[in-house]
Ligand binder design. Structure first.
Ligand code: TRP
Length: 328
């Protein structure tokens, strides 16, 4: 059985782009693989060094993961900071991580541009901590988006370097988990190609129906088709793409046909899309609301996750200490 690992930063709530992108696949993967899913709260300090509500943000993601169907009995669901063993591996990896390769990371260069007054060492070594997350559990597969591929490549570099330097064959190279056609990219409601928190165009799983309706009704459209079977503009294509995920095939076909015959009324399409989105989110939102009050259960989930993750982490750390030459 393959070990799959995925981390998510603890800033912000989950949106339907996260759901159709990765989360839906995680639910499937937990049945077939040994899965570690964790919330990367240490990582969040690289951009938010004095978080206002660290525990609250972590809880939000945990609740939303559970509400979507991650099952703590089937996977190991944990909070990064509950497994401080990762920090020892982070330290060891940092000793053999070079300034040049860290500085060359696109993510680092982006952050330098975004937060020029806070170019901290944690930001620079973000990829080493991520490599430690992955190597700590000796994961085979890591589902990553395009923006994380470079980090995964560095993880392989660090793993191989460790093996070479200490003359062992301990870490294996983690590979990207490719969702293939199961990877659905949800575009924004503003005509952009990506739904995202920072893009400000997202529909959140926890949004109430009125908010969902308002967001959809404000979605960008165009002047409407003037010729039959006219090619769609990006903003209209986006509405159809989202509709394909949440509406019935009949509904999609109806609006497709109306578009092709130039009789489409975008207002009607948006109303339908909004209702189908509301219906899709409703059960998830209900579970989010219910779980949010289940403090004791959430504590148990975190505790159980931490224990399972730590058991595995301790073993890796013991091995690594011995390989380098420390007292076990
Ligand atoms: N860097 C990832 C992101 O921003 C989050 C993350 C942290 C992660 N550690 C990880 C993802 C380990 C996969 C594996 O999305």
């Amino acid at each position: 059985m393959e070990t799959v690992l995925s981390g998510i930063r603890s800033t912000g709530n989950l949106h339907i782009g996260n759901y159709f992108g990765a989360l839906r696949n995680f639910i499937r993967m937990q049945e077939e693989n040994q899965c570690y899913f964790f919330i990367a709260d240490y990582h969040s300090l690289t951009t938010h060094p004095t978080p206002e509500n660290l525990r609250g943000s972590v809880k939000n993601i945990l609740v939303e993961y559970l509400a979507c169907g991650l099952d703590p009995k089937k996977c190991t669901l944990y909070i990064q900071s509950d497994v401080p063993e990762v920090l020892e591996l982070y330290l060891f990896l940092n000793m053999n991580a070079y300034l040049g390769e860290l500085e060359r990371c696109t993510s680092f260069k982006d952050k330098v541009r975004q937060q020029p007054d806070n170019v901290n060492a944690g930001l620079l070594t973000y990829p080493t901590l991520m490599a430690a997350d992955i190597l700590l559990h000796r994961a085979d597969k890591v589902p990553v988006g395009k923006d994380q591929e470079q980090h995964l490549e560095l993880t392989r570099v660090f793993a191989n370097r460790f093996n070479r330097m200490y003359k062992v064959n301990y870490f294996k190279e983690p590979q990207a988990y490719n969702f293939g056609e199961n990877l659905i990219k949800i575009p924004g409601l503003d005509g952009s190609l990506k739904m995202g928190k920072s893009e400000g165009n997202a529909i959140y799983l926890a949004d109430d129906p009125a908010t969902v309706r308002k967001k959809v009704m404000r979605a960008k459209t165009d002047q409407g088709p003037t010729q039959e079977h006219q090619e769609k503009s990006q903003e209209i294509q986006n509405l159809f793409t989202i509709m394909q995920q949440v509406s019935t095939p009949d509904t999609c076909a109806f609006f497709e046909d109306a578009y092709n015959r130039c009789s489409i009324r975008y207002g009607d399409m948006k109303k339908q899309l909004a209702e189908d989105l509301v219906a899709f989110c409703a059960p998830i939102r209900e579970r989010i609301l219910a779980l949010s009050g289940e403090e004791k259960y959430l504590e148990e989930v975190m505790e159980e996750g931490a224990e399972k993750a730590r058991a595995n982490a301790r073993k890796t750390i013991r091995d690594v200490r011995e390989i380098i030459g420390f007292r076990k």
